[in-house]
Design a protein around this ligand. Structure first.
Ligand code: SF4
Length: 469
């Protein structure tokens, strides 16, 4: 790692970018113009959010709050828990002195916000012992943690064993390298059934005991109740947004998809995420009432569904490009959470997590375990990709509901789970009549294939397949 890269802490840099961005619209237009001049390195990414007005500003405020909590955890006498993104966050927010940090969203924020992305941090993981074929989704931020360029976590949790080996290995490596206590939840091969529910419940209770032991505090049951009730409200807003997304033209601006799932993956159950959702819903309803698409031109040329992950190239150019091409973005698997009432869970009650029950600690633990076992990736990658309720089923179900004109797969080069089957997935989607393209690139690392190359390939595909060109 270059000496210059060691000059500033990773979490501090993220906080500086998003915090400055979130305040940029607080002053006058003249002040905003002046501010943009002194933040040339990250004004494009900030502008990509702020040009959407209030929802963009609230989103930046939420990320600023999230990164501030991480950066100041120790100063405020709290414990920092590092984990993987596929975890029910509510539990951690329910401790008075625990701050959770999730590896993958932290990588995404760095990849979007830093001029050179997170490649140096990714490479640092390999310098200290990771394989180069491990997933870039974790390596971006974990490289910074390993290099001592963030607040040091106090303990580590993993909710991906049996689901994703590279994800599980990344956090296991981190815990042994930094000699940190480690806990992992397990996931049986099947999703539902009494024995499985019981297993998840016991596993979650053990996780609570582990956090209590590490933090030296008790789970705040009242706080947990509030957070789960807030989640219930967030689910209702999300259900409404999902219904509106189905309209043609789609009234949702493409970048709102990122804002929806980034919020859910970092701040679920927190008020700041509710504010983002409510603000987005207002904009989307207005567009829908006027028959407008969510794009800047108000027109919809085509509808895209990413098979798995979006593309996190610097400055949020992926969403900017979609907008400039009048392409609406549909929710992907990474934003499927299976709350009861959401349109893609209709008729599949067994697979959804049902009504969140806050009547007692036991029912709340059940709800947490249910939510966790339906997280994206946790739900779809626990068995053969073409088994019922797994990746293929869920993707085709989402496609049926959202009616995309085409689909694009992009992953991480380390994703053996999805690269191993994506050709089959493409074949199955094409059989259903959906033009589907495999993009040989890495969603988190532009060195594999540049963003310009990706645009060329998607544009060429749209042209060759006659997709609204
Ligand atoms: S992208 Fe693939 S390798 Fe990375 S965490 Fe998800 S399933 Fe695992």
């Amino acid at each position: 790692m270059k000496k210059e890269t060691r000059e500033y802490n990773y979490d501090w840099m993220l906080w500086s970018i998003f915090n400055a961005g979130s305040k940029a619209l607080d002053g006058t237009i003249k002040e905003f113009g002046g501010l943009v001049k002194v933040m040339p390195n990250f004004s494009p990414v900030i502008n990509n959010f702020l040009r959407h007005g209030e929802p963009g500003k609230l989103f930046l405020k939420m990320i600023s709050e999230y990164t501030n909590d991480i950066m100041t955890a120790h100063k405020e006498g709290k414990k920092l828990c590092l984990g993987t993104f596929v975890t029910a966050k509510h539990l951690f927010f329910s401790f008075d002195n625990v701050v959770p940090v999730w590896a993958e969203p932290l990588t995404v924020f760095g990849t979007l916000g830093f001029r050179k992305g997170t490649s140096e941090y990714m490479d640092y993981c390999c310098e200290v012992g990771f394989t180069e074929t491990s997933c870039s989704a974790q390596r971006g931020s974990i490289g910074a943690v390993l290099a001592g360029l963030t607040e040091k976590p106090d303990f580590v949790i993993c909710t991906a064993p049996g689901i994703c080996d590279t994800n599980a290995n990344a956090v296991q490596f981190l815990s042994s390298y930094l000699d940190l206590p480690f806990f992992q939840c397990n996931f049986p091969a099947k999703l539902t059934g009494d024995r499985i529910n019981e297993y998840h419940h016991r596993d979650f209770k053990a996780l609570i005991s582990f956090i209590e032991e590490q933090s030296g505090s008790r789970l705040n049951v009242e706080k947990l109740k509030d957070i789960l009730e807030e989640q219930r409200h967030q689910d209702e807003i999300t259900d409404e947004l999902y219904d509106l997304i189905r309209l043609k033209p789609c009234p949702l601006p493409p970048i709102f998809i990122l804002m929806m799932y980034a919020g859910r993956l970092t701040m679920s159950g927190r008020k700041s995420y509710t504010a983002v959702l409510e603000s987005m819903l207002g904009v989307v309803k207005e567009n829908a009432a006027r028959g407008h698409a969510g794009t800047a031109s108000k027109k919809e040329r085509a509808r895209l569904l990413m098979c798995y992950i979006d593309h996190y190239t610097t400055d949020a150019r992926f969403w900017e490009w979609l907008d400039s091409e009048d392409i609406s973005l549909m929710p992907s698997l990474i934003f499927s959470f299976w709350n009861k009432g959401v349109n893609y869970a209709e008729g599949r009650a067994e697979e959804s997590y049902g009504v969140i029950d806050t009547s007692s600690l036991d029912t709340m633990i059940d709800s947490l375990a249910d939510i966790n076992s339906r997280m994206p990736m946790i739900k779809q990658l626990r068995g053969p990709y073409d088994a019922p309720g797994m990746w293929r089923d869920d993707l085709l179900c989402m496609a049926k509901i959202m009616d995309p004109d085409f689909m694009v797969y992009i992953g991480s080069m380390g994703c053996r789970n999805s690269w191993g089957v994506n050709k089959l997935l493409q074949r199955d989607c094409e059989r259903e009549g959906i033009p589907t393209m495999l993009l040989f690139a890495d969603a988190f690392d532009d060195r594999v294939a540049s963003w310009e190359h990706c645009i060329d390939k998607i544009s060429e595909f749209m042209h060759v397949r006659g997709i609204r060109s």
